[in-house]
Ligand binder design. Sequence first.
Ligand code: FE2
Length: 291
Amino acid sequence: MDGEHSQAEGHPTETPGDDAQRQYSRKTVLRAALAAGVAVPAAVIGAPALARTATASGAPLEPTPSCHDGDEPTIEQTEGPYFKPNSPERSSIREPGYPGTNLTVSGYVFGLACQPLDRVLLDFWQADDDGAYDNYTYRFRGHQFTNAQGQFKLTTIVPGLYPGRTRHIHVKVQAPGRRILTTQLYFPGEPRNNTDTIFDPRLLMTVRDGSGGREASFDFVLNVPGGGPTTRPTQPTTPTTPPGGTTWAAGTSYTAGTRVTYNGKTYVCLQGHTAQPGWEPPTAPSLWQAA
Ligand SMILES: [Fe+2]
């Protein structure tokens, strides 16, 4: 079950430490500001810094850090051998009847200028409590989309360990019309983090104990230029409909396996979703595959 190692690139020599901590400090402030509704508009329009604000007593808060601190996009990691397309759309992949420690993973997806990105597809998959992947159905697999504030929340269990790997969750992240980021998320304090050659401390989640289990957070940064909301492609040209075919159209709910035409080409839906501008079949390879 150790096929992921054969595809690993690079052998990180760092241990969780200063770099990861520095990266998270700015995101922590961004998260707090967004959650409080303080500076979202500034972030959305790509302002250079989050706005200074004041407390209820009138005392000014410390200035929030600039967004120009060189945050790199979230790094990519191997997909591994267990990805399955066409996962169901659901924010909870916890399976009734399957044991495990409850876990939530929440966070934001940002562009390069700290703007929260909405409608970003996140497709999660992980091992069960015993460290096994379900390659026949979709247990512990599911995809969801960020909301208007760029937030996501996954409800699941802490994944089990399997030979050769430290504890991790796989995810593919794709903003509308953008390329897919494939990566993995890790848990701090895991002994195997020191021996797993795929592990990278830049992908460590912040994890704490909550009332009903463990609560993790992680913010993704996608290689999406800033200065405004996610760039949307211009209105698609009107495709022609061949006899008996169905033309792709924004606003339509598609199920896996549905065939559509777009600009004269046929595509097959890989996972159920509601089509939106920016997710045209040629630009959404996680949703559509050319027939
Ligand atoms: Fe894995």
